[in-house]
Design a protein around this ligand. Structure first.
Ligand code: NI
Length: 194
């Protein structure tokens, strides 16, 4: 694995099996992390980074690898699943809270590593103000907007047992990945959301 690229802190990082829709762990409210410095927690964070990267995901939450803890990753590498998304810095988000949200909502396409082959239009707040711990236990207050706000809200839902299909307003806005790719290539790729 490319440890330098991902700034991993443990040597045992491994790709983990992804829990899929129907697995009860995805429906549990995850628990707060008590001691971020614990080796098990640091290894879990590295596993999340590796697993998201190998699966070409833009984010992943601990329940998706069957760990019911309030940790998620917003991935920092460009992704073939989301070719139009700009490169982001990898963020490790622990025990997050959403302090406030914009009134303005925006519908955008989302997919999920736990629900393979499916995309849907999901309304999200255009921006969110958040507070969380990073992997060094620093308290971080940060505003996210647009695509990153969408990823944050999607992953935040995961640690509360919610999946993106729960937020779809119209079942007709659920489509397969194959049809989604046609749609994106045909229309306006620069507007792809997730
Ligand atoms: Ni997901």
């Amino acid at each position: 694995m490319q440890a330098d690229r991902f700034q991993l802190t443990t040597i045992m990082a491994q790709q983990r099996e992804i829990a899929e829709l129907g697995n009860p762990v995805l429906r549990q409210k995850a628990k707060n992390v008590e001691d971020i410095s614990e080796t098990e927690i640091q290894e879990l964070i590295d596993d999340l980074i590796i697993t998201a990267s190998e699966a070409n995901g833009v984010g992943i939450a601990a329940p998706q690898i069957s760990e019911s803890l309030r940790i998620f990753i917003i991935a920092g590498v460009s992704s073939t699943r989301y070719p139009d998304v700009p490169e982001l810095e990898t963020k490790v988000i622990i025990n997050p809270e959403i302090i406030s949200t914009s009134d303005e909502m925006e519908k955008g396409w989302e997919g999920c590593l736990s629900i393979p082959g499916i995309r849907a239009l999901v309304p999200r707040h255009k921006s969110v103000r958040t507070v969380y711990r990073d992997r060094n236990n620093n308290l971080v207050e940060e505003c996210f907007s647009n695509f990153t706000a969408r990823v944050f809200q999607h992953e935040y839902d995961h640690i509360n047992g919610v999946v993106f299909l729960d937020r779809v307003e119209n079942p007709r806005e659920i489509i397969t990945e194959k049809e989604y790719m046609k749609l994106v290539i045909q229309s306006h790729p620069s507007e792809e959301q997730e």
